[in-house]
Design a protein around this ligand. Structure first.
Ligand SMILES: O=C(O)CCC(=O)C(=O)O
Length: 300
């Protein structure tokens, strides 16, 4: 089975936006993703929040009512698959990362109900991931209006260049700190924090080594965000201490370039062996990997 390549963006990123991503670690981008993709993703997020997967159920338990979400939705839901395979997101990633190749890393939902007192603690993402390299970006797309005090993403400016290794945000983070010598995240109150008033159609394009978080929501409305994460040609698999659950077989060993059926190449063109399985239909998580994940969850 063969696959089309991604659609063109509504507009390319400007040189100033690309420069801001590299200098500040985050930039607000408006009007780059066509509205029909936003509609498709909003419907897909609503479906997944109403029909939680195993990962979503585990996230809801950890969130204690103030927070819910899911990850790797593209494996089982065609709306997310199509966004990762065919939307212009991979083209924007190619531009900002200045990488000839772009692979899908994963997609994710972060949802908070109205009046949620649950802030997203400041953290970096890379310390939770089994990868190394620098060409990586996240596109954080709000599906509801939000602002600095109502759960819009907040990013400490320039923190992607700190090169610390900060404590992953998980209930087991304390154990990991002892085991791996992570540093605590510096106090954001002493730093320049970037955050914007955002509406659906905007995105925050950020470097996942940047320290970021979010407040809880206001009483007026909840906030759902869809995030797609993309990697370029310097990224390798490095299964250190990572806490990102990989519930599908990926076929990678330490040092391999990122690729394969869990992290398929999208640009310059897909590799049939990586995408054909998913084009043939939804791919459920691997049984033993899921059992192991659930066993770890019970220990937390
Ligand atoms: O949306 C949020 O509250 C947090 C987002 C986040 O941490 C991320 O996209 O990595």
């Amino acid at each position: 089975m063969s696959m089309n390549t991604p659609e063109e963006a509504t507009r390319p990123l400007t040189p100033a936006e690309i420069e801001a991503f590299h200098h500040d670690g985050a930039v607000r981008v408006e009007g780059a993703i066509p509205a029909h993709w936003l509609d498709r993703i909003t419907a897909a997020v609503e479906y997944v929040l109403d029909n939680p997967t195993v990962l979503a159920q585990a996230t809801a338990v950890l969130g204690g009512g103030g927070f819910s979400g899911d990850a790797f939705m593209w494996k089982t839901h065609d709306g997310f698959r199509d966004f990762m395979f065919y939307s212009p997101a991979a083209r924007l990633a190619q531009q900002v990362l200045r990488s000839p190749t772009i692979n899908a890393f994963y997609d994710q939902i972060f949802a908070k109900p109205a009046g949620s007192g649950a802030p997203t603690p400041f953290h970096e993402d890379v310390s939770s991931w089994p990868v190394s390299g620098d060409k990586v970006c996240a596109m954080w797309m709000p599906l509801d209006p939000c602002g600095p005090d109502s759960a819009a993403l907040q990013v400490i400016r320039g923190s992607h260049r700190w090169r610390g290794s900060y404590l992953p945000v998980t209930p087991s983070a304390g154990q990991m700190k002892a085991a791996d010598g992570y540093q605590a995240v510096p106090d954001p109150a002493d730093r320049k924090v970037l955050s914007w008033d955002l509406v659906p159609g905007d995105m925050v394009l950020f470097h996942p080594a940047a320290v970021h978080g979010a407040t809880g929501t206001g009483s007026a409305r909840g906030r759902r965000a869809f995030v797609s994460r993309w990697v370029g040609d310097d990224m390798r698999f490095e299964p250190r201490h990572a806490v990102l659950p990989l519930l599908w077989d990926h076929g990678l060993t330490a040092g391999d370039p990122i690729g394969g059926p869990l992290f398929p190449r999208i640009l310059p063109e897909p590799i049939p062996a990586e995408v054909d399985g998913r084009l043939a239909g939804p791919e459920s998580p691997d049984g033993p990997r899921t059992e192991q994940f659930l066993a770890i969850m019970k220990m937390l």
